[in-house]
Design a protein. Sequence first.
Length: 175
Amino acid sequence: MLQGISIIIPTYNSASRLEPTIQHIAAQELPTTIAWELIVVNNNSTDNTADVAKSLFEKYQIIENQNRFEPRQGLSFARDCGIKNAKYTYSIFCDDDNWLAKDYARQVFEQMETNHSMAALGGYGEPVCEIPPPSWFQDLSSYYAVGAQALSAGKIDNGYLYGAGLSIRNEVYHK
């Protein structure tokens, strides 16, 4: 497996919301020494998601890209397809409505390179709402992968990481 990052977007009928996600990925501030690719996994969409992804690869000049099709519907099938096709050592799962911060991929790479015992890494989710969120949203925000996932960095003995923005060391997956 080559040294670098595979960013995987599992998507279902997301032609209308895919552009800002890919735009944020294209804006990643990565040194040229860190190789990366973008894999869009079309999870049996009935709209033109695959065509939109292809045109966005060109629009944002994403040279290393894959447009994969997964016929079995479900997020876990789409993520599995993405990671099986990933050619780099680390993968980031970016939901089709997530916008990665411009230093996200660089930070994932640096953390994984520095902490060799780390199998997975979670992110911090910030909500972007089209309308003001309801009053209950703050109390239940963790159910929407929003906010901090733990009080501090380190090993998680009891709990989980959000799937949105989850980063993994691919060798662990393949074991």
